[in-house]
Design a protein around this ligand. Sequence first.
Ligand SMILES: *Cc1c(COP(=O)(O)O)cnc(C)c1O
Length: 456
Amino acid sequence: MKELFKQIPSVDQILSKKEIKDLIDKFGYPLVKDSVRKSIEKVRDEIKSGKLKEKIPEMVFELIPLKVEEVIKPSLKKVINGTGIIIHTNLGRAVLPESVADYIKSLSTCYSNLEYDIEKGKRGHRDSHAERLLSTFFNVEAATVVNNNAAAVMLIINTFAEGKEVVVSRGELIEIGGSFRIPEIMKKAGAKLVEVGTTNKTHLEDYANAINENTGLVLKVHPSNYRITGFTKSVPAKDIAKLCKQKGVVFAEDMGSGNIYDLSELGINDEPTVKESVNAGIDLISFSGDKLLGCVQAGIIIGKKEYIGRIRKNHLLRALRVDKITYAAIEKHMELLLREKYHEIPVYNMIFKQAEAIRKEIEEFISGFKLENSELEIVETSSKIGGGTTPEREIGSFALTFNLNKSPEEIEQYFRSREIPVIGRIKGERFLIDFRTILKKDIPILKNYVSQLLSH
Ligand SMILES: *Cc1c(COP(=O)(O)O)cnc(C)c1O
C-alpha cells in the first residue's frame, strides 16, 4: 500500500501540468487548487479501502476537472414538469410570463428608483411600488408586499395582536406543507390563539362569544389543502365582517392561493376569489404571489388604508421586505392582469387548457417518431392545480406513456437523470408524462430524450 501512496503526484507536480494550467485559466487558481486537494484525498481513500490498485496518477488527473465541475455547477436548475401539477411547490410553483421575466431583467442590471422619489428629488419608499396596480386590480384602498404569504400572515398577527388574542375557527387550524402551522405562527408572532367552534361546525355566536377586550384580531384561514365534508358549517365572511365592525376588531383572512379566476367551468366551486373576500368586507387579505396569481414568491397584503398603514409602521416589516426584482415582477404582472392579458400568463393557460387540445399535442408529438409497434401511447389522466389549491379536484388531461421492455421505475429514472431532468409520475404500472404542464419550448428537448430512450 505504501508503494501505491507514493505514486500519488504532489500538488506542485500537478499544478505544473499543462492541462491543469488550462483549467486554472478557465476556472481560477483557488477553485482548481481546492479540487486538486479533494482529488488527492479521494484517491487516498480509495487506496486505503483497497478499491484502487493501479493507474493512480491517471485517476488523480481524471478526478480534478470533475471536482471543479461538482463545486461550480449551480444546484438550482431547469427541470421539465410532466407531473400535471400546475403549481408544484417542489418544482418552483408558478412559471412566470415571458414579459414579466423580461421586465425583471431590464430592471436588475441597472439602477432604479427603488427608494428614490424622482419628483421630489429625495428619498422615497420602496413600499410605494406595486400599491397602485394591486389596489386598482383588487379594488381596495391599499396594498403592501412582503417576502411570502407566511410572512404576511405573521406580520398581520404581530401588528394587531402582539400580546393579545386571535380568534380562529377550529376547523381552520391548518398545517400547510413545508411546516406552515397557524398555531406555531401565532406563537412566533406573540399572540394567543383562541379557538372557536368545533372541527366541523362554527357558528356566528361562537365568534361573538370569543371576542372581548383582549381580542386583537379575528382571522379567517382558507383551508387550502384539505376539505372537511359532510355535517359542516362555517360562517360566511360577510357576517363575521359585520360582527367585527360592531365590536371594533380587525378582521383578516389568509387566503393562501389568492385565486383570481372563476374556476366553475372546471367544476371547482369551492375556491373563493380574492374579489369575493374584498366584497365581503374583510379588512385585510393576504395571499401568495406564486400560487394562482402566477407570479413570483411574495406575500401580498391588501385592504383598508388605515390597517396597511399600521403594518407599515411595524419594524418587523424591515425583516420581511422584498427586493426590486419582486416589485418589478409584481408591477408588470398586475399590468398584464389589468389589461386582461390572461393568455400571457402560463398558470392561467395551463389551468384552462382543454383536455382535447392536450391529446392533440401528444398525438403530434408521437407522429414525429417512426414506431414499429406502439412504443408510445396516449392515456387519459388527470391534472391538479396544486399549491394547496382545490385539493382532490382533478382536471381531465392526457399523458404520454411508454410500452417498452423496461419497468416504469426504470423509465422514471431515465427521465429524471437527463441533463434537463424530466419529472413525471408512475400511476399503476405505467410511467406518465402529463402534457398539461409541458411548456412549448420544452417539446424539442423532450423529443430528443424520448428518441434516445427508444433507440436504446
Ligand atoms: C400556501 C399557503 C400559505 C403559505 O404561503 P407561502 O407564500 O408559501 O408562504 C399560508 N396560508 C395558506 C392558507 C396557504 O395556502
